[in-house]
Ligand binder design. Structure first.
Ligand code: PMP
Length: 459
């Protein structure tokens, strides 16, 4: 599509004109960005011709894998027919109607209503406004505070970044906005050491009850959490956690919101993470896997109670030019049909997910500086630790993660470092043979990593 240039030319132009998200511009521009030029299945190619295993499905999103011509065809057809029309002023269009009806079928029972956005962040900000509006209409305007979790990630907009629990994000730009609160994350490895996982799950859920009582139930609008904290390092809660959270929310009349931006559309081997963990939110947000990243689109799903509650208030003064964009909707529908009709999610649940988890534990469990090897479906992680026996983390939290990530990257395997958690979230179409291929590369990288730790005197 673009002019052919050399890698050096692309890098120079990128450095001169392109501002990257979540990046230190000076250091990136000195180093130069890796230029990705094409992709197919689970593989990417860079401008130097290297074939790379994409262990992150782009950014946790390319669930059906790259290079799907049915997606291209759906987009192209829709662009020819109706490339854009809005849904604000008493109009709709077939693409968004068909998508909505299909989503109501694949969503957990009771979720028959969906509002569209262009991203996960917009979904979260939309949800925040909906939750507050819901309580206004219900005659309880004091219920305004949303409770999230430290280390949770809910996007980069003002609302999403405030609700998220990344303190380095709060430190920039005057965040958090008012009426946001946070509780500690259900991270058993760090906080639950001498407890069973199940005991710890109940304790961690109890932190929500404490916080609700502190703020006053009349002031709390909602609790929001990712079924599995993704960008926080794939923190998988104990099985006791979510049902207890749900019980607490019901007890205090607090809306329960799941942020399914990563867990949604098959990542855990179920359509949605809430199904894996056995809880029923009132609202859930989604994006990423909705279109497998082929086009930007997000969504907010509402149960009857919330949909009716909002409708009772008349106009809801909120929307985006591209809410329900026809081309994105057509692509989302093609993606969901593929996930469903090709049995991709079922395969993750019954075959490749369990296989990945077993092999993942075998491969990483053998290293001295790796612990808490974990995963569900096709989302998995391990934590780099200074001392396994005493469960001691590295003192400069995040430093070793970057060293490890860079070794993987140089060896043409993309995994992500979330501080000292190494995480993977590959396309859901990854086969057993490809899992073996990925873990073979990873094993060699880990050997190099542990040698590097020794050489640098970090252990
Ligand atoms: N919520 C969660 C759980 C996410 O993981 C992300 C993105 N990683 C977002 C919200 C924000 O989505 P986006 O980057 O599409 O705005």
């Amino acid at each position: 599509m673009s002019q052919q240039r050399t890698t050096a030319e692309w890098r120079a132009l990128d450095a001169a004109h392109h501002v990257h998200p979540f990046s230190d511009a000076h250091s990136l521009n000195r180093q130069g960005a890796r230029v990705m030029t094409r992709a197919d299945g689970i593989y990417l190619w860079d401008s130097d011709g290297n074939k790379i295993i994409d262990g992150m499905a782009g950014l946790w999103c390319v669930n059906i894998g790259y290079g799907r011509h049915d997606m291209t065809a759906a987009a192209s057809r829709q662009m020819d027919e109706l490339p854009f029309y809005n849904t604000f002023f008493k109009t709709t269009h077939p693409a968004v109607v068909e998508l909505s009806a299909l989503l109501a079928k694949v969503a957990p029972e009771g979720f028959n209503h969906v509002f569209y956005t262009n991203s996960g962040s917009e979904s979260v900000d939309t949800m925040i406004r909906m939750v507050r509006r819901y309580w206004d209409v219900a005659g309880k305007p004091s219920k305004k505070t949303l409770i999230g979790r430290w280390n949770g990630y809910h996007g980069s907009t003002m609302g999403g970044a405030s609700l998220g629990g990344m303190d380095y994000m709060h430190a920039q730009g005057g965040l958090p906005i008012p009426d946001m609160a946070h509780i500690e994350q259900p991270w058993w490895y760090k906080f639950g050491k001498d407890m069973s996982r199940d005991e710890f799950g109940l304790l961690a859920a109890g932190w929500l009850e404490d916080r609700i009582l502190e703020i006053g139930p009349d002031n709390v609008a909602a609790f929001v959490g990712e079924p599995i904290q993704g960008a926080g390092g794939v923190i998988i809660p104990p099985d006791t956690y979510w049902p207890e959270i749900e019980r607490i929310c019901r007890k205090y009349d607090v809306l329960l919101v799941a942020d399914e931006v990563i867990c949604g559309f098959g990542r855990t081997g179920e359509w949605f993470g809430q199904q894996r963990f056995g809880f029923r939110p009132d609202i859930f947000t989604a994006a990423k896997g909705l279109t497998s990243g082929y086009l930007p689109m997000g969504a907010v799903f509402l149960n009857e109670k919330v949909a009716e509650g909002l409708a009772a208030g008349g106009d809801f003064n909120h929307g985006f030019t591209y809410s329900g964009h026809p081309v994105a909707a057509a692509v989302a529908r093609a993606n969901i049909l593929a996930l469903r009709d090709e049995g991709i999610i079922d395969r993750v649940r019954h075959d490749t997910g369990p296989y990945m988890q077993e092999r993942w534990r075998q491969v990483f469990g053998q290293f001295d500086h790796v612990d808490d090897v974990r995963g569900v479906g096709l989302i998995q992680a391990f934590t780099l630790v200074k001392d396994k026996a005493t469960r001691t983390l590295f003192p400069n939290w995040g430093e070793t993660g970057l060293i490890c990530r860079d070794i993987f990257f140089r060896n043409n395997l993309i995994m992500r470092a979330c501080a000292d958690h190494m995480v993977a979230s590959p396309p859901l179409v990854m086969t057993r043979a490809q899992i073996d291929e990925m873990l073979g590369v990873a094993e060699r990288c880990m050997t190099e990593f542990e040698e590097t730790l020794l050489r640098r005197g970090l252990v």
